[in-house]
Design a protein around this ligand. Structure first.
Ligand SMILES: Nc1ncnc2c1ncn2[C@@H]1O[C@H](COP(=O)(O)OP(=O)(O)O)[C@@H](O)[C@H]1O
Ligand SMILES: [Mg+2]
Length: 269
């Protein structure tokens, strides 16, 4: 049986000055699955997905998104991808609808379909009732769902989410995932997500890769990775067994990120 690959990358490398952020990453993500890239802050997750999302050069490695070579056909690849960055990106002075319309224009949603596409995206994240309010009046969870709508408005085949639930309370986190699951059920969209919330990854991802210091150390279903370590093991235990590091202890950047996200969330909503 041949499975269609949503993402196929080989030999990804990226350095920032002396820092090797990504050090030879190979990934295969099957169409329709939810794939989690897991690791502590500084592991290289964001750099990896920015390369896949065409925001950083993929060369000297190779990346194909649904068979489209990202190095050679960047614009064609971009049309297949929706990207939600870690830093909050919604404009608090605009209404929910205006924020989504902006992305519809940015991503070349044809003018004749724009209105319907924006309506559908707002509906799919449950913000249709508050679409005419400015994003400044939204809660943190609503802002995150608005950003999801921005990424969904171009009907991407691959949705790339960088720490989508960071800084959100458990109810808002569940709300974000419910919306993602609904869209997936309706469209078969593939999801690539980074997170350092291990129990969330365990619950939401079909397969995960454990990333540490620029490299992928292990890959499989959450169940496979847990049972390798022991009958009662968590994904967190699996991570520690593979890398020798605890997730939370790595650099202390985790809390800084959460605080930064909360600050922006407060500013926005
Ligand atoms: N723009 C940048 N300039 C310099 N160093 C960076 C930059 N972005 C990331 N890095 C470094 O690259 C490494 C990987 O970062 P990143 O991909 O953001 O990891 P993660 O998303 O897993 O936290 C870290 O050591 C980080 O400090
Ligand atoms: Mg990151």
């Amino acid at each position: 049986m041949t499975e269609e690959l949503a993402v196929c990358c080989e030999g990804l490398r990226h350095r920032f000055g002396d820092t090797v952020a990504v050090d030879g990453v190979d990934l295969r993500i099957v169409s329709g699955e939810v794939f989690g890239l897991l690791g502590p802050n500084g592991a290289g997750k964001t750099t990896t997905i920015r390369m896949i999302a065409t925001l950083l050069p993929a060369a000297p490695g190779a990346i194909e998104v649904f068979g489209v070579d990202v190095n050679r056909r960047k614009l064609a690849a971009r049309r297949l991808i929706g990207y939600v960055p870690q830093q909050l990106s919604a404009d608090s002075a605009l209404t929910g609808r205006e924020n989504v319309e902006l992305f519809a224009r940015l991503f070349d949603v044809p003018r004749a379909q724009r209105r319907d596409a924006v309506d559908a995206a707002l509906r799919s994240v449950g913000l249709d009732d508050v679409a005419e309010r400015t994003a400044a009046t939204y809660s943190g969870g609503m802002v995150r769902r608005l950003e999801l709508a921005q990424a969904l408005v171009s009907a991407p085949r691959l949705l790339v989410l960088d720490e989508p639930t960071i800084g959100l309370d458990p109810i808002a986190r569940a709300g974000v995932w419910e919306r993602i699951d609904e869209v997936r059920a309706a469209t078969g969209m593939t999801v690539l997500v980074t997170t350092h919330y291990m129990e969330e990854a365990d619950r939401q991802c079909d397969r995960v890769a454990l990333m540490h210091r620029g490299r992928i150390h292990r890959e499989g279903t959450p169940l496979e990775l847990r049972t390798e370590v022991g009958p009662e093991a968590t994904l967190e235990d699996a991570f520690r067994a593979v890398t020798g590091d605890a997730l939370g202890e790595s650099t202390g950047e985790g809390m800084r990120d959460v605080r930064a996200a909360r600050r922006v969330a407060r500013r926005v909503g």
